[in-house]
Design a protein around this ligand. Structure first.
Ligand code: 26W
Length: 796
């Protein structure tokens, strides 16, 4: 550290700022993993190991200092060394900006998977984009969300190794030249009209106990160098500047939407840019290793994280056929055997399609290849006798309905040997809905891989008090073998252990209370029940249902001044896509309700509501260990899996939730008595919607809901603008697509079951311990083991 401070940062101890110390500490930590990194790379070559490539437009990493120290087993040594220099490790920890190169669940899953792939010593590499700006910073002004650019690189990045020598050309636009080969076959060469250069930046990803280190390779976009540009610009330096800006725009900023595709040319450029650079890079590695392109599928598995890299299917076909001279049929066999695809959502509006016209202009050769794949695919169907017009149009790569579009989900499905959903329920629904016809034709292709989370970050690092207690009680080996968490079961009724378990939770709650006061100025009592809903703001996630329950609870408290209620703190956090007006209005409503409730002495302090701004990985690490209750209340059938649900249960929170996503599997494991399930099932949701979603009767039949809606619509929480929520309440009344009204009474009743359990602290603690004890299966190590065995065919 001292050496790094002096020779790399260039400061002496007297002049060093806390940030200088952070940089020196990060670099000193990094130094310690480099030997293992180099050894892992050598071993991968020496043993000629099958490689896994995880292609993802998002990696929601968060901070790396404590994570790296933990995996290397150096946290305490580093803490002591810094203390001797008069520096506090926890103070440095907070200085690191989050790497927020993702929107939400999908991006965070990719980061957990990187940790698990390194832990299982898989020869894996993540590929993505090195965005200059990650997910926007959220502020709240008077309860309204505002977005500001995020700037994680402004003080450099200590974990990253720039690799200016590793570059690839990525083409766009242009035309195709065809020529006849000696054997009479046609050869095609794409002559791009524009070339962008992809430059590699590598971040080492160290697994548990530091045994194996993989690489996350992120691409940055540059214009071709000045000499090459000059050839086009003939000395027009101003023109050259704008070309540079146009090139660099590709890796400038993460698209901040987690559901509706932007449909912008720049987004397709991002997708192709990183897919092409990654494929060129992995093929070059493969050729160096084997010299035989035809063995690609024997040595390489590529996982597509949603359809965002699906253009890679056409790009691999182009590279195989046009560049490496492989015949079409064999190229297709290699492509299918190499790729697999994970679907993360059923929301129809989230399924990516690209206008044929745009694809033809931007990627003309890929459009030809997509047509060829489609022709081959539809021919095969006719052979199989499945050629009725309805089937053909539903499985075509081209959607002809309103303006022709390329369906990226279909391309990913056809180009893969396995397609997976991310929870048991979601995978079943994938077979019944979006890929129904495909499933009939390829019944073995769709499989389930229930998500998981890394216990290193989400238990060991985020929750030191509980981790110490676990190590004391069942041994530190639990961090090598999470299945040993089950040994906690026998302590579930042990009052002494219950007290220690509760004391750990209490310590985390006190810390969160401090954070809450610092960030929003509200005092909350750590003795109250901490109830948290933290995730992207989305109508289907139903933060509105939670707010309505808060309003009804508030009305109950003030209506019955003599009655005892279990004190609650409702914690919300999450970002809304900038253009998602309804989601932003829900944020405003939560804040408006919070303001009135928190200021009303009639609540006797029994209800506090806080909305913490700028939700990110680091804030999640503070909230999750402190939560008593985890809100997982999506409209059944709409949340593919959820992963926050797993993190909360692991940290001893009880779940209140619908039978949606992985909640179903959490219930199977923790047991019906230790989770609060309510509401319509996915099937019932479907039936309900078929019957119509006018909620007037439902509301009329629920005095409590009616009263809450009356207050909101009447401006009780928005005296400055009494009509602010008129439309919101109207929509819910006449067009309740997300079944908020339909599920309200069941939710209210489930919340009262929560209260009853809370009043019996022994029973609560028992359930809480059993949650931690029984969720070992949700380790992402288990998930990755399944991918390795059933999709990638690599030994673990
Ligand atoms: C093209 C715009 C866009 C961007 C991102 C569409 C869709 C997405 C993602 C699919 C959104 C996402 O993060 N989905 C979440 O993935 C998690 C990991 O599998 C699941 O746990 C969540 O349920 C799912 O919503």
């Amino acid at each position: 550290m001292q050496r790094r401070l002096t020779y790399t940062v260039g400061k002496d101890n007297a002049d060093a700022s806390p940030r200088d110390w952070f940089v020196a500490t990060a670099l000193a930590t990094r130094d310690r993993l480099v030997p293992s990194w180099l050894a892992s790379t050598k071993r991968n070559y020496r043993e000629d190991r099958r490689r896994v490539y995880y292609l993802s437009l998002e990696f929601l990493i968060g901070r790396l200092l404590i994570d790296t120290l933990t995996n290397l087993g150096l946290t305490e040594a580093m803490r002591d060394a810094l203390a001797e220099l008069g520096v506090d490790l926890d103070m440095l920890r907070a200085l690191e900006p989050d790497a927020a190169l993702g929107n939400g669940g999908l991006g965070r899953l990719a980061a957990c998977f990187m940790d698990s792939m390194a832990t299982l010593e898989i020869a894996a590499m993540g590929y993505g984009i090195r965005y200059d700006h990650g997910l926007f910073r959220q502020t709240l002004k008077d309860g309204w969300q505002h977005e500001y650019p995020e700037d994680w690189l402004s003080f450099g990045n200590s974990w990253q190794f720039p690799r200016p020598e590793i570059t690839y050309d990525v083409g766009f636009f242009g035309h195709i030249e065809s020529s006849r080969l000696a054997d009479g076959m046609l050869a095609h060469v794409w002559r791009p009209g524009e070339t962008i250069v992809a430059v590699a930046y590598d971040t080492p990803v160290v697994g548990w106990r530091g045994k194996h280190v993989n690489t996350l390779r992120l691409w940055s976009a540059r214009a071709p160098d000045a000499l090459r540009l000059d050839a086009f610009n003939q000395g027009d330096h101003v023109g050259a500047q704008s070309e540079q800006a146009r090139a660099e725009a590709i890796s400038k900023v993460l698209y901040p939407s987690d559901s509706t595709p932007a449909g912008q040319e720049l987004r397709l450029r991002q997708e192709y840019f990183f897919a092409s650079a990654s494929l060129q890079d992995l093929i070059r590695r493969h050729m160096r290793q084997t010299g035989d392109i035809r063995r690609l599928a024997d040595k390489v598995a590529i996982q597509l994280n949603d359809t965002h890299p699906a253009i890679g299917v056409a790009e691999l076909m182009r590279l195989l056929v046009d560049v490496h001279g492989v015949g079409w049929k064999e190229a297709w066999r290699i492509t299918q055997a190499t790729f697999s695809y994970t679907n993360h959502t059923l929301l129809p509006e989230a399924l990516e399609t690209w206008p044929v016209q745009l694809m033809e202009r931007l990627l003309p050769r890929h459009m030809q290849i997509i047509y060829l794949i489609n022709a081959m695919h539809l021919d095969l169907l006719r052979e199989k006798g499945a050629s009725d017009a309805a089937t053909l149009s539903s499985v075509s790569l081209i959607d002809e309905r309103n303006g022709r579009h390329v369906r990226m989900g279909h391309l990913a499905f056809l180009g893969s040997h396995k397609v997976n959903g991310v929870s048991a329920l979601h995978s079943a629904l994938v077979k019944e809905t979006v890929f129904k016809d495909f499933h009939r034709l390829y019944p073995d292709r769709i499989v389930n891989k229930t998500n998981g989370v890394t216990f290193r970050r989400w238990l060991l690092e985020a929750n030191p008090p509980l981790s110490r207690l676990l190590a004391d009680t069942i041994g530190a080996g639990v961090f090598d073998e999470p299945e040993r968490l089950i040994e906690l079961e026998k302590f579930a009724d042990d009052v002494e252990f219950q007290n220690r378990f509760a004391a750990a939770k209490r310590e985390n709650k006190a810390r969160l209370a401090t954070t809450v006061f610092e960030r929003v100025g509200v005092r909350v009592d750590p003795a109250a029940l901490f109830d948290a809903q933290i995730k992207r703001i989305h109508e289907y996630k139903r933060q509105l249902l939670n707010v309505l329950e808060a309003v009804a609870f508030y009305q109950d408290i003030i209506a019955q001044p003599a009655r005892e209620f279990a004190p609650r703190v409702k914690i919300f956090a999450g970002k809304a896509a900038a253009s998602y007006h309804q989601a932003k209005l829900i944020i405003k409503l939560a804040n408006d309700v919070a303001k009135v409730v928190n200021a009303d002495p009639a609540t006797r302090g029994l209800l506090k509501i806080v909305f913490l701004p700028n939700y990110n990985v680091s804030l999640a690490e503070t909230i999750i260990p402190a939560a008593d209750l985890s809100e997982q209340i999506s409209t059944a059938g709409m949340e593919a899996s959820g992963t926050g649900n797993m993190k909360f249960a692991l940290n001893g929170a009880l779940t209140i939730g619908t039978l949606d996503g992985a909640n179903v599997e959490i219930r199977e494991r923790v047991g019906d008595d230790n989770i609060f399930i309510f509401g319509l099932t996915a099937r019932e949701v479907e039936e309900c919607r078929a019957k119509g979603i006018d909620a007037r009767e439902t509301i009329a039949a629920s005095p409590r809901l009616a009263e809450a809606l009356r207050a909101i619509a009447g401006g009780v929480f928005s005296p400055d603008d009494p009509h602010r929520y008129a439309q919101l309440v109207d929509t819910l009344t006449y067009y309740d697509h997300f079944l908020v009204a339909k599920d309200f009474d069941a939710y209210w009743e489930a919340q009262r079951r929560v209260d009853a359990r809370w009043r019996d602290q022994k029973a609560w603690r028992r359930s809480s311990i059993l949650n931690t004890a029984r969720v070992a299966w949700f380790s992402s190590d288990r998930t990755i083991r399944e991918y390795a065995q059933e999709i990638w065919n690599v030994a673990v």
